[in-house]
Design a protein around this ligand. Structure first.
Ligand code: C2E
Ligand code: MG
Ligand code: MG
Ligand code: MG
Length: 295
């Protein structure tokens, strides 16, 4: 950036800006094609009940399979999908695809799991979000009461008035709402009173150095108490160590997600894990990722 400053560097700066604009235009073009050709795929990460030590749900996390190229993580393309509005058709595809997979697993006799799907602010602003969700549930047969829609705290609070209505209409369908990345920006406890939500997902930054980090541990403990006092379910994100898991058990956190139990995996890989954990008792059942502290 420094080389963009000063009158002598104006041309360099312009070249750099041109390159950035070209990169963005190319990405936008590629993403338009990706939406049309359905180059996206949904990975699933298990969500574990802390008290029972078993998977009770999954979170759907989108990936972009570039034709003949890399599998891109959401950070590489969600911002552009949002900027262009392409997140509306892409997000619809993700929800439908995730519901379809879940129903397929159910039909094959795998234990029924809840499904969490992320929504972006742009989808909320779209007029027909509630209809879209209702259509999707109807088309796939996925039970509304087992669908959790995740919205970030930041997004929920921006446009609070308009969002309140949408939240209420979604809950009218029987769908649950989770506040994702809670505490990442505001930790706005005051809003929790107003927001019709069912679940808090604590941003993984809070857990990062727990239990060694005494203040972090104290905050987490207080968040669990607060969530329960407000009748909210509380989920910890980013559980990577046995110590973090033990801490969450001790403070009574409801659910947990993280590499300790499983990375986001393509459906086939997650299915293999589910089949193993659905094996009749007595049979050796491998824990997800081979190291999850189940039981
Ligand atoms: P998120 O909803 O908070 O999802 C959790 C992210 O944390 C995922 O990253 C997941 O892979 C990662 N993660 C899970 N466990 C651990 C752990 O133990 N340690 C660490 N370090 N990370 C962990 P991912 O898949 O890259 O997704 C990033 C974000 O992209 C998501 O954050 C979500 O905000 C967004 N996203 C993903 N899929 C969708 C989608 O279909 N629609 C929308 N609008 N956003 C999506
Ligand atoms: Mg999420
Ligand atoms: Mg999150
Ligand atoms: Mg996040």
């Amino acid at each position: 950036r420094a080389r963009c400053e000063g009158p002598n560097n104006v041309r360099l700066c312009t070249a750099e800006m041109n390159r950035q604009v070209m990169d963005r235009l190319r990405l936008e073009g590629e993403l338009r094609a990706a939406v049309e050709r359905r180059e996206f795929t949904v990975h699933f990460q298990p969500k574990v009940d802390v008290a029972e030590g078993r998977a009770t749900g999954v979170e759907a996390l989108v990936r972009w399979q570039r034709p003949g190229g890399r599998l891109e993580p959401p950070g590489a393309f969600i911002p552009m999908l949002e900027k262009t509005g392409l997140i509306v058709p892409a997000g619809r595809w993700v929800l439908e695809e995730a519901c379809r997979r879940m129903m397929e697993w159910r039909r094959r006799g795998l234990p029924p799991l809840a499904l969490s799907v992320n929504l972006s602010g742009r989808q909320f602003a779209a007029r027909n979000l509630v209809e879209m969700v209702a259509d999707c549930l109807q088309a796939t047969g996925f039970p509304p009461g087992e669908l959790v829609l995740e919205v970030t705290e930041t997004m929920a609070i921006r446009n609070l008035e308009a969002n309140l209505q949408v939240f209420n209409r979604l809950r009218g369908l029987g769908v649950r709402i989770a506040l994702d990345d809670f505490g990442k920006e505001y930790s706005s406890f005051g809003y929790l009173k107003q927001l019709p939500v069912d679940e808090l997902k604590i941003d993984r930054a809070f857990l990062a150095n727990v239990p060694a980090d005494r203040e972090g541990a104290a905050i987490l403990r207080a968040m669990v108490a607060m969530a329960h006092a407000l009748n909210l379910k509380i989920t910890a994100e980013g559980v990577e160590t046995g110590e973090q898991w033990a801490f969450l058990k001790e403070v009574g956190c409801d659910e947990a997600q993280g590499f300790l139990f499983g990375h986001p995996e393509p459906p086939e890989a997650l299915e293999a894990v589910l089949v193993r954990s659905a094996a009749p008792p007595g049979e050796p059942s491998a824990a997800p990722a081979g190291k999850a502290p189940l039981h």
